[in-house]
Design a protein around this ligand. Sequence first.
Ligand code: CP
Ligand code: NVA
Length: 305
Amino acid sequence: MTVRHFLSFMDCSSAELRQLIARGIELKALRNRGVLHEPLRNRVLGMIFEKASTRTRLSFEAGMIQLGGQAIFLSSRDTQLGRGEPVPDSARVMSSMLDGVMIRTYAHEMLTTFAAHSQVPVINGLSDDLHPCQLLADMQTFFEHRGDIRGKTVAWIGDGNNMCNSYIEAAEQLDFTLRIACPEGYEPNPRFLERAGDRVQLTRDPREAVAQAHLVSTDVWTSMGQEEETRLRLAAFKPYQVTAELLDGAAPEVLFMHCLPAHRGEEISHTLLDDPRAVVWDEAENRLHAQKALLEFLIKPPLHA
Ligand code: CP
Ligand code: NVA
């Protein structure tokens, strides 16, 4: 049997993604009712972090514990991976002891190489190219507040980064229109744009992108690993700040999302997270529920003796 991985939204069918979203909503309700649900007793998830994290680490670690399993935090600084042990060798060894591996890294190729040599499911906890787990949570949040996103219009404002690329994949898989407003030179990778076809539109004008949109989302202007470009980026992205006034041009029922951490006064105005249209705290909490659905889907429960 081939091992399933979740490196991108394209690793699942549209139907599977809708099932995962629905399951995330169910698991949230179970937890809110205080019901114990421990299908992953005795299962262990390894979590390799080459970049910082609050939400991703906590949600995977808490999620595994709540599902009856355990999670082990592995910073690249403290493992032989960080001292140059080849990724294929690390994947062989780690996957012989673990039931799943979550990786947050730089080059997406590290993930695909690891997955190619892993006996157990590998989950992308963010790479320079994609952040699919965040999209599961974002989509769960939209479904909870507004129902299915099929046929809706989503506006992405700012950098054509890993989050933007994952929004492009979500548009393809869940069938919504995505309008991206970004400055010249900061467009998403053309490989993602080309595959998505006319479902995804590019503009320079944030107002045009948000017009009648049902969801507006943005992210930091400087992603992890790009710190040296900060000054240049602050100047290039200045006209792309999301404000309450910008949201006024969207559909009246628009939702605002941000994967967090946010920089108030940069990509969002100082008070935007307090706007009733912002659902960022639900979105952050949903990392937990959405990823529990993913863990349950990918990691096989132990056989009972
Ligand atoms: N949104 C997100 O992935 O947050 P962390 O960097 O805190 O994990
Ligand atoms: N685009 C951001 C997302 C952080 C969760 C980054 O890669 O740093």
